[in-house]
Design a binder for this molecule. Structure first.
Ligand SMILES: *Cc1c(COP(=O)(O)O)cnc(C)c1O
Length: 386
């Protein structure tokens, strides 16, 4: 009896096929026993658990980060949230930076406390104070979440010092979406898990929303159980786009590093610019940490103008090249005034808690734009006398 099945027709394509299958079949009972019951054979089971396109991109992501294992998710937030849900339980205490990504901060302030997790928040602007706080809490902590560079000011954390004061048993998670390898290797400096929004540099084309967790195999295995159970998964096409992006990841990062430094240097010499926050500049508050931890400073340049929120908005409106949008690592140059896009619902006290001035502009350079054109555009927008 022959069954009506279509076999994979080619097995010699250079680029692996994109798997878009909701489910996977078993040939017969023997196959079920080895593939499903005993798991002695690599075989698909069901689309929520994994597919070969994910597995391929996860292997590549592990090589990129120097990690034991990686998982992809439907978004950066899905990766972050699933990690916390998997590793925390009621009664656990965790420490987090006040300067975390806004939605991550929402998870800390609005979601995890509902489930009995106690969240301690500290600013990372003063490195020593942050490390002292970790030392005080150390033995009571289950997990420390870090994010570096932070947005919008590109603040860094002395992650090795944090590891030193909390000891080996506290889990350290690190969101380094702003500095993926090769700019920063979180796992080499004491982090157990590195997390990324692959929507940003890793995806690199502004056309996917995806997330990644890489790191210690025992922790990744726990997180995978939660991904299997709760389903925050990317599909095969998203995984394939991410795989293709990784071929050019190093090239794009190298270009972002060059563009970012050029623009940061230009801006810091302009009279209308009050401050520039770029870790590659000596006057960045965490320049010394950058020297220790970063191999490049990326394509996001944040600066404050001398002027009011409205004057600053008029400057942004005068720019011709950037799209006004909240993203980075995309082909196009994007610009956002922090208090008008990301933090528009924050009042003065909330802005104060994260040190964001109303004249703050975050410019995310796009690798398809010529950096000289962008600088010329900044010049005309700064020098215009409205
Ligand atoms: C964008 C971003 C996230 C969230 O990622 P999504 O893919 O948008 O869910 C988390 N952390 C940082 C630092 C980010 O920039």
């Amino acid at each position: 009896m022959t069954k009506r099945r279509t076999p994979d027709r080619y097995t010699n394509s250079i680029e692996p096929p994109v798997y878009q299958s909701a489910s996977y079949y078993y040939d017969d009972l023997d196959h079920v026993e080895v593939a499903l019951h005993k798991r002695n054979l690599p075989a698909g089971r069901y689309g929520r658990y994994s597919n070969p396109t994910w597995l391929d991109v996860e292997d590549r992501l592990s090589r990129l980060s120097g990690s034991e294992r990686s998982l992809i998710f439907s978004s950066g937030m899905a990766a972050i949230f699933t990690t916390f849900v998997a590793l925390l339980k009621a009664g656990d205490e965790i420490a987090v930076p006040a300067e975390s990504y806004r939605r991550t901060r929402d998870v800390f302030s609005l979601i995890l406390p509902k489930y009995g997790v106690k969240v301690h928040e500290f600013s990372i602007r003063h490195t020593e104070l942050f490390v002292d706080a970790m030392a005080r809490l150390a033995s009571g902590l289950r997990l420390v979440h870090l994010e570096m560079p932070s947005s919008p000011h590109m603040m860094l954390v002395d992650v090795a010092a944090v590891r030193h004061v909390v000891g080996p048993d506290v889990v350290i998670t690190m969101d380094s979406s702003f500095a993926p390898p090769p700019n920063f290797y979180a796992l080499r400096h004491g982090a157990d898990l590195a997390m990324f929004s692959a929507t940003k540099y890793l995806g690199g084309h502004g056309d996917i929303v995806a997330g990644v967790v890489s790191g210690r195999a025992d922790l990744v295995e726990q997180i995978q159980w939660y991904r299997d159970a709760t389903g925050p998964v990317a599909d095969g096409n998203t995984a394939a786009l991410l795989r293709r992006s990784l071929y050019t990841h190093d090239l794009r990062i190298a270009r972002a590093n060059l563009q970012g430094l050029r623009v940061a240097e230009y801006l810091s010499g302009h009279a209308k610019v009050k401050r520039v926050f770029y870790t590659g500049l000596r006057d960045h508050p965490h320049f010394a940490l950058g020297e220790r931890y970063l191999h490049g400073h990326g394509g996001v340049v944040t600066f404050e103008l001398r002027g009011s929120e409205r004057e600053c908005a008029a400057f942004v409106d005068r720019l011709r090249i950037p799209y006004m949008a909240s993203n980075f690592g995309a082909p196009q140059t994007l610009v956002e005034q922090s208090t008008i896009l990301t933090y528009f619902m924050y009042d003065d006290a909330a802005l104060e808690s994260i040190g964001v001035d109303r004249s703050t502009v975050r410019l995310a350079l796009g690798y398809t734009d010529d950096v000289d054109d962008v600088i010329e555009d900044l010049r005309q927008a700064l020098d215009a006398d409205p």
